[in-house]
Design a protein around this ligand. Structure first.
Ligand code: LLP
Length: 431
């Protein structure tokens, strides 16, 4: 469910025509629907009502402060993966006691910052990281709350770049070895074992892998409780998929029921780290067609078109990086007919495309297009490649819209560069 609908031939975000935003703010621009964000959060939260739980929004999906605050205002915590995310989560009102910190490469300053703020727990991914956290906490005279991220060796059947719960992936400690590390951790003075964590991948469209992983985690939790460890948090990560094209992902309720079933009866609070399912369909990327270019179709039959738009792989990397599908819809009335086209950006790579070989109306320069389902891993993965300033971000609520991140300027992009002095000296000597 989302609030991007076409009325009178114009696509709206809630009560605001996207064309009005494009005119005022320019393109490319990310537009988020606040009503959709809230709705998704509430549905997800309600789905887990039968068990104590904390939702820690996985902010890597979309790190805009207003997006994070949309959730923290509803009681959400945040799943972070860096010291940078910690700072942004706190700035957006996240209570430190609802922050979980995952990731395989935490640095000392990041561990210190998280300990100083008193986060809910570190999800620890290796024995060496456990040792590092113990040492830092010791120096700070604190006890670090930890869970071990276990790798349950389950195939999430998603894109290989976003599968994380297989033995061959860099994530977590193999579930078979975890008991040893828990025993070690439990003896450390500056570590407090509080939970078990697992995350198997992203954009999962089937509950079966979640159930498999949950059952394996449940057996481990039973064993750890038997050993006398005080496990009170079970974090099952994120990963629930959304519909981009014709996928049929489970409803949050089906997902929640399956997970809750695995942990029923345990005296634990579930921690959930949803990202994409909360924000994916709450955002679109609006872009303008700059030029169109026909070429003879590669199969020799008729023509194919390039629609060259002002958004590119630096704005939305997913199609180039994973071959992901994003629906592309007209913001205004579409011209009649259908042609085969690639929607491409201005970047100097053939890998720079938003859609390939898609049947779509014969758009013309000046048309506005909405790249759908761009709320997750859109802006947050954007870059300045080709010295392209990053897009503006706008949030809509009802009939209002506000810029929630200004478009970068070209100057912003290279403001922090310094010319090496030895390059300048030569010039000075000459002059
Ligand atoms: N928790 C952990 C430990 C994670 O690594 C992730 C995502 C999440 C939670 C949230 O997963 P979600 O609910 O959003 O599926 N850039 C890729 C997705 C990368 C996911 C990385 N980890 C994409 O655009 O599809």
């Amino acid at each position: 469910m989302h609030h991007f609908q076409t009325r009178n031939g114009e696509m709206h975000c809630e009560g605001v025509p996207l064309r009005r935003i494009a005119r005022r703010v320019g393109t490319p621009v990310y537009v988020y629907s606040h009503a959709t964000l809230s709705h998704h959060y509430k549905v997800f939260d309600a789905a887990f009502a039968s068990m104590p739980h904390v939702i820690c929004y996985s902010m890597k999906a979309n790190s805009n402060g207003s997006v994070i605050r949309s959730f923290t205002n509803l009681g959400s915590g945040v799943d972070i993966v860096s010291g940078g995310e910690l700072a942004r989560a706190l700035a957006a009102g996240a209570p430190p006691g609802k922050i979980v910190y995952s990731g395989v490469g935490k640095k000392v300053w990041e561990i210190e910052a998280a300990l100083r703020r008193g986060i809910l727990m570190f999800n620890v991914e290796s024995r060496e990281e456990l040792e590092a956290i113990d040492a830092v906490a010791g120096r700070m005279r604190k006890r670090a709350p930890i869970s071990i991220r276990v790798n349950p060796d389950v195939d999430p059947k998603t894109h290989p770049y976003i599968s994380t719960g297989l033995k061959k992936n860099k994530f977590g400690i193999h579930i078979g070895q975890a008991v040893k590390d828990y025993e070690w951790a439990a003896r450390r003075k500056h570590i407090e074992v509080v939970g078990v964590d697992c995350h198997i991948g992203s954009q999962l469209t089937d509950v079966a892998p979640f159930v498999d992983a949950a059952e394996r985690v449940r057996s481990l939790v039973d064993r750890l409780l038997d050993m006398g460890l005080r496990i009170r948090l079970v974090d099952i990560g994120g990963g629930l998929g959304i519909r981009y094209n014709d996928e049929l992902p489970p409803h949050p309720k089906q997902y929640a029921d399956a997970v809750v079933k695995a942990f029923r009866g345990l005296p634990v609070t579930l921690v959930l780290e949803p990202g994409r399912v909360l924000v994916g369909n709450a955002g679109v990327l609006v872009t303008e067609v700059l030029y169109t270019k026909p070429i003879p179709a590669p199969d020799g039959k008729g023509r194919k078109y390039f629609f060259i738009v002002d958004a590119a792989m630096n704005d939305l990397a997913r199609p180039s990086l994973y071959g992901s599908y994003h629906a592309i819809l007209p913001v205004g009335k579409a011209p009649r007919g259908k042609v085969t086209a690639d929607v491409v950006g201005p970047i100097c790579e053939s890998g720079d495309f938003l859609a390939r070989d898609r049947a779509m109306p014969p758009y013309a320069a000046g048309d506005l297009l909405a790249v759908m389902s761009a709320g997750a891993y859109g802006f947050s993965m954007s870059s300045n490649y080709n010295t392209r300033p990053r897009a503006a971000e706008v949030m809509v609520s009802g009939s209002r819209f506000e810029i929630v991140r200004e478009r970068e300027t070209v100057r912003d992009v290279f403001r922090d560069e310094r010319t090496a002095s030895f390059l300048m000296q030569g010039r000075r000597r000459k002059s």
